[in-house]
Design a protein around this ligand. Structure first.
Ligand code: AN0
Ligand code: CP
Length: 321
């Protein structure tokens, strides 16, 4: 596997899930595979889970790991070609990427949407430069439009908790948040769920419709309570305006309607659903204390499965070096 952004990059999801459970059962099964191979994990943005779980995954495979926080100790990087670099940025990505690639075999990049230019974000401008100029396999650790390691971990978690005798109904709901957040998590979750063996719908206020690149022709259900009916899994997430139906408002907060927060009354509408969120989560904005603390909450299990999804992805990448 040379790049990892979309479910298509990992191929058949049943096979990927089987590999995930094999690794979960014995996470050191491939501990010699990564001997003398180095993973470089580059962070342009903050992280707790991705940082730790991806390092752990690399260690499971016997790899060496280097972690770089671009904004803490490295030179500030210019990412636009053609600019006169007379500002605060000392180095261009076009030199930095080939330099960094000398020191590693596989590169992971975290680079959030910047909300300055929708086209730049939706063409994955930064991640693409790593893919084009590093000559190494590159995986997204949440980039401008996708968070595939999270979606894969969420799929593993759903597979572990679903009733085996029927397709689960998975409902992703928008929930309020004070700041503008990326669409990467909902884009990937929707894309992976639509590729998986589940029934998937999503619900959001008007203006928050996701890009057809990720949801095809699936339209949201605007009535949240209606959407939650019979849900087996409720996946909460805030995202900012994707700019599909309202291009001028791309990356903006359109609603702070607290009636969308997932609380017990919302969960009572479901089929005794499990609650999911990728974390970090703002309590009593996105979800009430009692729901996130309930025995039906899977948030810690999802985070634990990040080690497993990252181990599968790094393994696949080592195998094609
Ligand atoms: C990020 C987001 O919503 O994309 C990371 C989630 C994994 N969340 C925040 O910035 C709070
Ligand atoms: N869920 C997730 O990716 O968390 P971090 O931002 O802490 O890595």
């Amino acid at each position: 596997m040379k790049q990892f952004l979309y479910p298509s990059h990992i191929g058949d999801l049943k096979t990927a899930l089987a590999e995930a459970f094999e690794i979960k059962h014995d996470r050191y099964k491939y501990e010699s595979l990564g001997h003398h191979k180095t993973a470089l994990l580059i962070f342009f943005n903050n992280s707790l889970r991705t940082r730790l779980s991806t390092q752990k995954a690399a260690l499971n495979l016997g790899m060496n790991v280097i972690v770089l926080d671009i904004n803490q100790g490295a030179w500030k990087l210019e990412t636009e070609r053609g600019v006169v670099m007379n500002g605060d940025k000392s180095e261009h990505l076009l030199e930095a990427v080939p330099v960094m690639s000398n020191y590693c075999d596989i590169i992971g990049v975290r680079t959030f949407a910047r909300f300055e230019n929708r086209t730049d974000d939706y063409t994955e401008q930064i991640l693409r430069q790593f893919i084009e100029h590093s000559g190494k396999p590159v995986f997204s650790m949440e980039s401008a439009t996708v968070h595939p390691l999270q979606a894969f971990a969420d799929l593993i978690t759903i597979e572990e908790h679903r009733a085996k005798n029927r397709r689960p109904r998975v409902v992703m709901t928008w929930a309020p948040h004070p700041k503008a957040l990326p669409q990467a998590v909902p884009n990937s979750f929707a894309q992976w769920m639509l590729a998986a063996d589940v029934d998937f719908v999503y619900t959001c206020p008007e203006g928050y419709e996701l890009d057809p690149q990720f949801v095809g022709d699936l339209k949201p259900i605007y009535n949240q309570k209606e959407a939650l009916k019979d849900a087996d899994f409720v996946y909460a997430k805030n995202w900012s305006c994707p700019g599909v139906t309202r291009p001028q408002e791309y990356g903006k907060v359109l609603s702070t309607d607290m009636s969308w927060m997932v609380d017990k009354a919302h969960m009572d509408l479901t089929n005794n659903a499990c609650f999911m969120h990728c974390l970090p989560v703002r309590r009593n904005m996105i979800v009430s204390d009692d729901v996130i603390e309930s025995p039906r909450s899977l948030v810690i299990a999802e985070a634990a499965n990040r080690e497993i999804s990252a181990t599968v992805v790094l393994k696949r990448m080592i195998e094609t070096l």
